[in-house]
Design a protein around this ligand. Structure first.
Ligand code: HAM
Length: 417
């Protein structure tokens, strides 16, 4: 039997990993400059955390979770998203005791049993940021500015920001009824799921990918017309902050997002270059979730970046130049082989990438190996060089060679590398 990856899961190979590392390190440094701290939560949680947090009627909970029972019959789920887990940690570890304002980020894999296609996987990775403890539009704006700054910093500047407001428990019920009324006139045109949802959770119909349902919602009433004054003010202030930051945005009243916990602000950052899976990041405000999950009644807002989609856009622009060894030591003869082992160790401690041959190959074969690895320079040290007290340092690009004294060679080499 030949083992292969599971459908929808993939290996990230060494030649691809450069972009991943660049994305992660850029996010870490930008997020830290906005005052975010990294948190790592388990990949496995109790199923109820997600079913209650994300909502029973969502596609994620109703169809896509990797759920199983452990040996004691308890429902366990591989996390389909990070927000519920980070909220659980904030509550369980009482992170709010010292300071209710907590800005947290995490990076890692999520699992959803969706139909794999371009930009959609069953194991995918997110960079996820959550801002707890502030209810105003400034924290929403701050977070969106941070997300846009991340994309700008990695060279993705043709993305579009869509924003919407989903209202609050005061104004949304009125809109729900209006939408229910609208959908009840169109039941014949809706898919079976949406016929049910139009009764139980009509806003979810906006999220349906079935073409007939998409056509129906094109004429649906806009939630932005139903916002209460508080939500309207919040949404206008958010737009003001985005304008101040020079960030263009599109108002999209159909943007409900696939999770039930949102209120007020929702947003998505989209690309035209990935086909149907056009969202590279999405998020919004979820003021009710902490209380719903048994925590204090603290407001929160957050977003997640889909790393595979960002990497796909980066790869379209060309891969990063792979890193190359700074030095290859071509040692010939037992004494030089032993000395080269020590030299390599010392140079590596100085942060240089040093390669050497692990057998006892001839010069020609070692030079070939250095070339294959793309080494910038090669130090040739054989019996003759040791006897004369000087090794030969060859620049692999210019082919220039210089002598380097063996005495104190490590420090001498550092000057050339
Ligand atoms: P989400 O929209 O479900 O939101 O996912 C965020 C991003 O993850 C998407 O925009 C997309 O780029 C990526 N993504 C989602 N599913 C897949 C998939 N199957 N394959 C590849 N990429 C995918 C959330 O997860 C919320 N927890 C975001 C959030 C944080 N809201 C508040 N805080």
């Amino acid at each position: 039997m030949e083992f292969t990856t599971i459908k929808g899961f993939k290996d990230i190979l060494p030649q691809e990993v450069g972009n991943w590392q660049m994305l992660e390190s850029t996010a870490r440094s930008i997020f830290e400059s906005f005052g975010y701290h990294e948190i790592k939560t388990p990949l496995l949680e109790r199923t109820e955390l997600f079913s209650r947090g994300i909502g029973l009627d969502t596609d994620i909970v109703s169809k896509e979770m990797y759920t199983f029972e452990d040996s004691k019959g308890r429902g366990m789920t591989l996390r389909p998203e990070a927000t519920a887990s980070v909220v659980r940690a904030y509550i369980q570890q009482r992170l709010y005791i010292q300071n209710p304002i907590q800005k947290l980020f995490c990076i890692g894999p999520m699992f959803r049993h969706e139909r794999p296609q371009k930009g959609r996987f069953r194991q995918f990775h997110q960079i996820n940021a959550e801002f707890f403890g502030d209810s105003g539009p400034k924290s929403d704006a701050d977070m969106i500015v941070m997300a846009m700054y991340l994309f700008e910093s990695i060279g993705l500047d043709d993305l579009s920001l869509n924003i919407n407001s989903l209202g609050c428990p005061q104004c949304r019920p009125g809109f729900r009824e209006e939408l229910k009324g609208f959908l009840s006139q169109k039941t014949d045109l809706l898919c079976a799921d949406c016929r049910r949802r139009s009764e139980t959770n009509p806003l979810r119909v906006f999220d349906c990918k079935v073409e007939g349902c998409r056509q129906v919602v094109r004429d649906a009433p806009s939630i932005l017309e139903s916002l209460c004054n508080n939500c309207k003010d919040h949404f206008e202030a958010l737009q003001g902050y985005l304008e101040r930051s020079g960030i263009p945005f599109v108002l999209n009243h159909r943007l409900v997002r696939g999770l039930d916990y949102y209120n007020k602000t929702t947003f998505e950052i989209q690309t035209e270059r990935l086909g149907a899976q056009n969202a590279v990041a999405g998020g919004g405000r979820y003021d009710g979730l902490l209380k719903l999950l048994g925590g204090p009644d603290h407001p929160a807002t957050g977003f997640a970046v889909g790393m595979e989609r960002v990497i796909a856009l980066l790869e379209e622009k060309g891969t990063l130049e792979p890193k190359r060894p700074d030095l290859f030591i071509a040692a010939l003869g037992k004494t030089a082989e032993e000395l080269s082992f020590d030299w390599a160790a010392s140079l590596r401690k100085a942060g240089l990438w040093v390669e050497m041959d692990y057998g006892s190959k001839g010069l020609k074969s070692q030079m070939k190996k250095a070339g294959r690895l793309g080494a910038r320079k090669v130090l040739i040290a054989g019996e003759d060089e040791l006897a004369s007290g000087k090794g030969v340092l060859r620049d692999m690009e210019t082919k220039e060679q210089v002598d380097v004294e063996i005495e104190d060679i490590v420090n001498r080499l550092k000057k050339f590398l």
